[in-house]
Design a protein around this ligand. Sequence first.
Ligand SMILES: Cc1cc2nc3c(=O)[nH]c(=O)nc-3n(C[C@H](O)[C@H](O)[C@H](O)COP(=O)(O)OP(=O)(O)OC[C@H]3O[C@@H](n4cnc5c(N)ncnc54)[C@H](O)[C@@H]3O)c2cc1C
Length: 390
Amino acid sequence: MPDGNAICVVGGGLNGAAAALALAEAGWPVVLVDRHKPKPSPSALGVEIRNVALSPASRAFLEDIGAWVAGAPYVRMHVWESLGTASLDFHASETGRAELGWIVEVGALIERLWARIESHPRVQVRFGSVDGLEVHDSGVTLRVDGEAVSCALLVAADGAASPVRNLTATRDARYPTGHAALVTAVRTERPHEAVAYQRFLPGGPLALLPSRLPDVSSVVWSQPPALASSRVEASKEAFLADLTCASGRVLGQVLETDARFAFPLVQHLAQSFVAAPRVLLIGDAARVVHPLAGLGVNLGFEDAQALLATLPVSGDPGLADWRTFARKRQARARAMLRVMSALRLLYGSDSPWLGWVRNVGVRTVSESRGLKSQIMREAMGLGPMATSMR
Ligand SMILES: Cc1cc2nc3c(=O)[nH]c(=O)nc-3n(C[C@H](O)[C@H](O)[C@H](O)COP(=O)(O)OP(=O)(O)OC[C@H]3O[C@@H](n4cnc5c(N)ncnc54)[C@H](O)[C@@H]3O)c2cc1C
C-alpha cells in the first residue's frame, strides 16, 4: 500500500475526509494528505461554535460510509425580513418528511470521519504540506514536505485557498459578497423548538440555527466586514442587546454568548474542476458559495458521490471521463452562485421597488404549494436538479 492505482486526497477537512473514506469503502487504495488532523472549535455553552446544516441527502451519504453522527434536527425554517412584511415558513411535513435537515457540530463529525479513516485498511495517512506536483501520462507525483508521493489520481479538497489549484495554475473567478460572517453560539430566553431562523437585515442575513440543547442556537450573521469586527470587539452586554434587537426577539432576549469570530466571506468558482489531467478539485477548493445557502459541505459530499459514480469499477482511475464530472459539478455550482447573486440584489437594497418585488415573490412562493415543495426538495438535496448533477 499504496499500489499503482492509489488515489491521493489532499485535505482532510469534512469534504476531503468524507471523499477519502467513500473511495476506500468502494475498494480503492487511498493516501490522505493533510498538514495536521483538524481540531474542534470552542464550545463554552456546551455546543461547538462551528457547525454545518446537513441535508437528508448528505445524511444518507454519511450513513452509507458509516460516518453519520447525530445532529440537532430542524423541522421548520422561518425566513423573514426587517424591512418588509412578508415571511416564509418551510415545514418538513410539506415534503412528507420528519426533518428538513440537521445542524451537525463539525468537531464531532470530523472526529468520526478520522476515526474511520485511521482504522481503515485501505487508507494511508500522510501528515505534511503539499508544496509541489508533477503530472505524467500515467500518474501524478506530489511533493509533501519535499518528499515524493505517487498516485494515479489526485483529488484536491484542500480548501478555498487550494494550494493544488494554485500549483496547477487553474483560474478562479471571484464573486464578491460584501460580507464577513460573525459566528458564535448563544443561549436565548425561549427554546428554539427545532426551528431554524433566517432574517434578512439591511446589512445582511442573520441565521439562528437550533442546537441539540433546547435553549442554545448557533449564530451566522453576515454583514459588512467593519461592522462584524466592531461586533466582535463590542462588550458582551452590548452584543447581546444588539443581537436581541437584530433577531426581532424571535427567541426572546439573547442571554449569553460564546466567543465571537469574524471572517471574510468570499465566493469563488474554479474555471475547471479538472485542474490538470488526473487532478480533480472538490469541496471548497472547487467553489465556495455564501453560507446563507448552507451548502458548502452538502455540495462537497455531492462531489464525492459524483466522483464515485464516474470512477471505473477497477483499473486506472485516471482514465475515467472526468469532463462529464466537471461539467455537471460546475453547472450545479454556477446555479447556486446565481441564486446567491439574485438574493444579494433583492435583499441588499432598501429600494421600495425591490421591496415590492420581494414581497410579491415571497407571497407567490408561500401560496404555491408545488413551487414551495420543489424549492425545499432541492435544498434537501432530493430535487431533480440536485440528483441529476451528482
Ligand atoms: C460561517 C459559515 C457557515 C457555514 N455553514 C454551512 C452549512 O450550514 N452547511 C454546509 O454544508 N456548509 C456550510 N459552510 C461551508 C463549510 O464549512 C465548508 O464548505 C467546508 O467546511 C469546507 O470543507 P473542505 O473540506 O472543502 O475544506 P477545509 O475545511 O478548508 O479543509 C481543507 C483542508 O486542506 C488542508 N490543506 C490546505 N492546504 C494544504 C497543503 N498545502 N498541504 C496539505 N493539506 C493542506 C487543510 O489543513 C484542511 O484540513 C459554512 C461556512 C461558513 C464560513
